[in-house]
Design a protein around this ligand. Structure first.
Ligand code: DGY
Length: 311
């Protein structure tokens, strides 16, 4: 039986299915740190890692020769140094597709919540400040008719477009110079000039991976190019935005609201997001449904099986 290290608590069903096919050891990279982790893992065939695990070049360089595969329980692979893995001949796998709908649902939840003032409305109840229906109270803004700009024309962006269109949002998208036939086919408008793209974003939704070129994308200069009181949505990765700039814009109402599911340095998020009335924030639940996390487990195991069967 191949030996697999699992670095984070997987859902019970996924762990059980993994243990039925592999010899499993649960060893936390985050809790132990790289040195102690490397001392404890022995000579496994594969690692199952998750977002937040620092699988960086230094760790990969020290992995035992036996490690042939790093399988991530996620679509995003920004926590794994892919170049370092390739240099060592280690296969890296992820779990795309099966989490597209769940994550797009959360993008819609954030759009609705941010535009409708859900953070403040929720606090009014939870802090027992509600005095009853009033003509002028917790004013949100209509979703219908707001122009949605999708940054990054991938699968989750596409699924978000379909949902947003059902809510009456006209959609445009930016994906560099290339166009997406899938986006075009459902009537999302390509806008290749970045300034023109931004100037039409009543709502800007980020659907790109975290890479050296996209990190810090949403900064003060970009925010200035958005319409007044634009709404920022992020289900991608926290480091796509510069928190200080976003928070300053929320305070001055240059940004009308944000809906965020991902954060720089999560779970240690900038505490100001917790109290701003125009920040609707969730704890990285994009793919967190029973069905989706189970489906991710199946893809993970198929990936592992395929990658290890030739070794
Ligand atoms: C992913 O798969 O990359 C998600 O962020 C985890 O929910």
């Amino acid at each position: 039986m191949k030996h697999v290290i699992v670095t984070q608590d997987l859902p019970a069903d996924v762990l059980q299915a993994t243990a039925a096919r592999f010899q499993v050891s649960q060893i936390s990279l985050k809790a132990l740190g790289p040195e102690a982790f490397l001392k404890q893992i022995g000579e496994p065939d594969a690692l199952i890692v998750s977002p937040g695990d620092p699988v960086n070049a230094a760790l990969i360089a020290e992995l035992p020769e036996s490690v042939r595969v790093i399988s991530s329980y996620s679509v995003g692979l920004d926590h794994v140094d892919l170049a370092a893995a390739e240099a060592r001949g280690i296969t890296v796998t992820n779990t795309p597709d099966v989490l597209t709908d769940a994550t797009a649902d959360v993008a819609l939840l954030l759009i609705l919540g941010a535009l409708r003032g859900a953070a403040e409305a929720f606090r009014m109840i939870s802090e027992d400040r509600w005095t009853g229906w009033q003509p002028a109270q917790v004013f949100g803004r209509d979703v219908t008719g707001k122009r949605l700009g999708i940054y990054g024309a991938g699968r989750i962006g596409l699924a978000t477009v379909k949902r947003a269109q059902a809510f009456g949002m006209p959609v445009h998208y930016w994906s560099g110079r290339s166009r997406s036939a899938d986006f075009d086919a459902i009537g999302a408008e390509p806008v290749s000039d970045m300034d023109a793209f931004l100037s039409r974003c009543d709502v800007l939704s980020l659907h790109c991976p975290s890479t050296p070129t996209t990190r810090g994308l949403v900064n003060a200069a970009l925010i200035e190019k958005l319409p007044p009181r634009a709404v920022l949505i992020n289900t991608g990765r926290g480091d796509l935005v510069v928190d200080g700039d976003v928070i300053a814009a929320l305070k001055s109402c240059r940004l009308g609201a944000v809906g965020l599911d991902v954060f720089n340095g999560e779970p240690d998020i900038d505490p100001r997001y917790r109290t701003l009335s125009n920040a609707f924030v969730l704890p990285h639940i994009g793919s967190a449904t029973e069905e989706t996390r189970l489906a991710m487990g199946k893809v993970l195991l198929a990936n592992l099986h395929d990658a290890l069967s030739g070794t």
